[in-house]
Design a protein around this ligand. Structure first.
Ligand code: G4P
Length: 522
């Protein structure tokens, strides 16, 4: 069992849209033998021209604009890549996916440097001390100066970095990378299919000059000296604690620098880690199976309304057709057709180990965060909701279908499509999302899957804050004063709907003993 756990690497690739996440994923699958040619993996990017047209997205991608999983074997390792949605309106999905991984690879566009999504995603990684490897992509295009890029990473991502490969120029002059830990030169030949050969050179000899010319050879020597002077030796433990990020340079499109990344990744990335539950910490090598649902996606086939609940195995071994306890329902369930995912294919699995992700067919019994065990009453932590960015009142547009509408809203919220708040003053339902697209998804799915119609009413809010206080009187006074702006989330917790930054600031000043949280977990 320990062997099975030790060889697993469960991670996500995160990036700002267009940085090259899809290209990198594809190259990793090539190494894993899961696909034979480049170009086989479809981007889950939504065409820019159709950013707010849900119908088009649905046509392009089915309803699975959301996270899926790919797994493959590489040498002795079993690799699970959790894919994350490319569109920023589904950022919440990405945050949740990050709760199910043990490490992360961040892809950065060498010409653009750190972008908004990268910054936000890194914040989530930092909250959880997730180990991070950085891949600086598109070196075949004109890129920023590599030292500037490293400074930018340290500053903007608030993490120490250590280059493990070093680029020799970029764009049309790009010669390749020098592998600092293998001490090998990796010469660049633009090719989507071929992996470039490595040459062993002693950088202190003329051999290097013969390969890349004297001026560049001298420049490389100087830069390597500078790197050794500025950056401390790479410390694997600091990486594992999430304090230090190794950096690789390359070109995903040209399959350059990817194997170095993968080889280093399997060696240093952590195997499945312990997971915190409310009751106790669960370690992967415990004999009994436990797992939690971090993601639910609707079926791609609209004719069969069924979902897949993605369950991360946290400990022990999951076995098909074995009775497990669904803790929230206190009900025993058996799964006869759990699935695992290999690139485009889906196969039924008989068993899965800690670190693996299994897909469980779901017809509405699962909710994000649900725990499965062999009988223990456990609740896994760490699936926070963030304050939404956009809010709208949801109204029933077909009074004959009230029941369908309520059921639809309930199930979509269970899936984590958006957040629901109920205003305590007028009893109206408010849907909060990260982007406009989610409102369209909800409306479309309510009509197509639940035969219900909804209407949106604009609502201008700044933030939803979860509030708590050790001073019950002050809490009551606050709720009284702000009664029009008080709501409950789905778990019945108090949420203050601040309509402007100023109002929130004033509330924080007036009510010093109340804590205002922007995430549901504190
Ligand atoms: P994403 O999933 O992070 O959004 O990025 P994706 O891999 O789809 O890459 C975004 C664009 O950048 C694609 O071009 C892709 O071909 C290009 N790209 C990725 N890696 C590299 C690289 O190393 N070098 C260069 N020069 N380009 C790279 P596109 O025009 O949007 O799509 P396509 O027509 O090439 O499919």
């Amino acid at each position: 069992m320990n062997q099975e756990i030790e060889r697993r690497r469960t991670f996500a690739i995160i990036a700002h849209p267009d940085a090259g996440k899809t290209s990198l994923t594809e190259k990793l699958l090539l190494f894993g033998g899961q696909i034979q040619v480049a170009g086989a993996v479809k981007s889950n990017k939504i065409k820019k021209t159709a950013t707010s047209d849900w119908m088009d997205i649905e046509k392009q991608r089915g309803i699975s604009v959301t996270t899926s999983v790919m797994e493959f074997d590489y040498h002795d390792y079993k690799i699970n890549i959790l894919d994350t949605p490319g569109h920023q309106d589904f950022a919440e999905d990405t945050f949740r996916t990050l709760t199910a991984v043990d490490s992360v690879i961040i892809v950065v566009d060498g010409a653009k440097g750190v972008e908004t999504q990268t910054r936000k995603l890194m914040e989530v990684c930092r909250m959880r001390n997730t180990p991070v490897i950085i891949f600086i992509n598109k070196m075949d295009r004109e890129a920023k100066d590599p030292f500037d890029l490293l400074d930018e990473m340290e500053e903007e991502l608030a993490i120490n970095v250590r280059p493990l490969t070093w680029p020799i120029e970029s764009g049309p002059r790009f010669k390749g990378v020098y592998n600092l830990y293998e001490k090998k030169l990796n010469l660049f030949q633009p090719s989507k299919q071929v992996v470039t050969e490595k040459v062993e050179v002693d950088i202190h000899t003329e051999d290097l000059d013969n390969h890349i010319g004297s001026p560049l050879a001298q420049k490389l020597r100087d830069e390597l000296e500078l790197i050794d002077g500025v950056y401390p030796e790479f410390d694997v433990q600091a990486y594992k604690r999430g304090e230090l990020a190794p950096v690789f340079f390359g070109s995903a499109l040209n399959n350059f620098g990817v194997q170095e990344l993968l080889d280093c990744f399997v060696e240093i990335a952590p195997s499945p880690q312990p997971v915190e539950a409310v009751e106790r910490e669960v370690t992967p090598d415990e004999p009994k199976f436990t797992g939690f649902v971090f993601k639910i996606t609707a079926n791609i086939d609209p004719n069969h309304r069924s979902c897949v609940a993605f369950c991360k195995v946290c400990s022990g071994k999951f076995t098909r057709n074995t009775p497990y306890l669904h803790v929230r329902h206190n009900k025993t369930m058996r799964f006869s057709s759990p699935t695992q995912f290999m690139a485009q294919r889906k196969t039924t699995v008989d068993e899965a180990w800690a670190g693996d992700i299994i897909g469980l067919p779901d017809n509405g019994v699962f909710k994000i965060g649900d725990t499965l065990t062999e009988g223990e009453n456990l609740h896994f932590k760490g699936l926070p909701s963030f304050s939404p960015e956009m809010f709208k009142y949801i109204e029933n547009a077909d009074p004959m279908k009230t029941k369908q509408l309520n059921k639809g809203i309930d199930q979509l919220m269970d899936e984590g499509v958006a957040q629901l708040f109920v205003n305590q003053f007028n009893g109206r339902k408010i849907i909060g999302t990260v982007g406009q697209l989610q409102f369209e998804v909800i409306q479309y799915r309510l009509e197509n899957e639940y035969n219900a119609k909804c209407r949106w009413e604009p609502l201008s809010l700044y933030k939803a804050c979860w509030i708590e206080s050790e001073d019950p009187e002050e809490l009551e006074a606050f709720k009284k004063r702000k009664f029009q702006y008080m709501a409950k989330d789905r778990d019945g917790r108090d949420v203050f709907l601040a309509d402007s930054g100023y109002v929130l600031q004033m509330a924080q000043i007036d009510f010093k003993n109340i804590k205002f949280h922007f995430t549901s977990e504190f």
